[in-house]
Design a protein around this ligand. Structure first.
Ligand code: BTN
Length: 239
């Protein structure tokens, strides 16, 4: 559709498993950590998928994040762009963000009743607001422009093929691929804790709960929930 508040709102209250809501403009597009999501009109994809898993325990809801992140990695690979997953589920090319994912779940007892997978993918945008940190797009990475409808159709097909195929049978393969594709895995970098303190750590992997596991310089290991830690990434040049 042309305009809505947030496609995540539409997908939370309408449609059923396998549906996709996309909009050219969102008046209240949401990002993670309470941020707004900005997207150049007519240039990118802002969409939400409706997922109604059969028998997914709330404790396993990180599976949905993993499938969403792998969908974007696989999609971008089809277009010749090699991406990594910045925990929990931002999609990066080098040190630049090409896509963000915002997942909102409705639970019924201890199971996930509906999950809304909101995705903002920068496709043809080449100039960004200087306030957006480290952005990139498929066009900037490849030098070509893309048919957004075709990209959207592939995204939809890849997500539901991965989700439905692996949900009952093989969540382990999804987890293994996710871990191997982590941005900055096995490298020493600086991280900022919630109280502002800077620490040096090396990503070892992600727990089934979604917590990030870091090795620290003193030889210990620590795990962090989403709001407890942030990556420190140099901002290099405006786009
Ligand atoms: C992030 O990286 O902060 C997550 C961004 C998610 C943006 C998408 S755009 C489509 C969907 N609707 C929203 O309001 N947000 C998500």
């Amino acid at each position: 559709m042309e305009e809505t508040t947030s496609t995540n709102d539409l997908a939370m209250h309408g449609g059923s498993h396998g549906d996709l809501f996309a909009a050219e403009r969102q008046s209240a597009g949401r990002g993670q950590r309470g941020n707004k999501w900005y997207s150049g009109e007519g240039l990118n994809l802002t969409l939400s998928l409706v997922v109604e898993p059969q028998g997914l325990e709330a404790t396993s809801q990180f599976y949905i994040s993993q499938v969403a992140a792998l969908t974007l990695v696989d999609l971008l690979a089809e277009y010749g762009v090699e991406a990594r997953i910045k925990w929990t589920n931002d999609i990066y090319i080098g040190d630049r963000k090409i896509a963000g994912i915002l997942i909102e779940n409705a639970l019924s007892g201890s199971a996930v009743k509906r999950s809304v997978v909101g995705i903002g993918l920068n496709v043809n945008q080449k100039i960004f607001d200087p306030l957006v940190p480290n952005p990139t797009s498929m066009a900037l990475e490849s030098g070509s422009e893309f048919d957004r409808k075709a990209v959207m159709e592939r995204l939809h097909a890849i997500f539901f093929a991965l989700f439905d195929k692996n949900m009952a049978a093989d969540r382990g393969t999804i987890d293994e691929r996710y871990q191997n594709l982590l941005y900055r895995k096995d490298e020493w970098h600086t991280y900022r804790l919630a109280d502002g303190a800077l620490i040096e750590g090396r990503i070892e992997g992600v727990e089934p709960s979604g917590a990030l596991i870091l090795s620290l310089r003193d030889g210990s290991r620590s795990s962090y929930q989403f709001k407890e830690i942030e990556f420190v990434i140099d901002k290099r040049g405006d786009r």
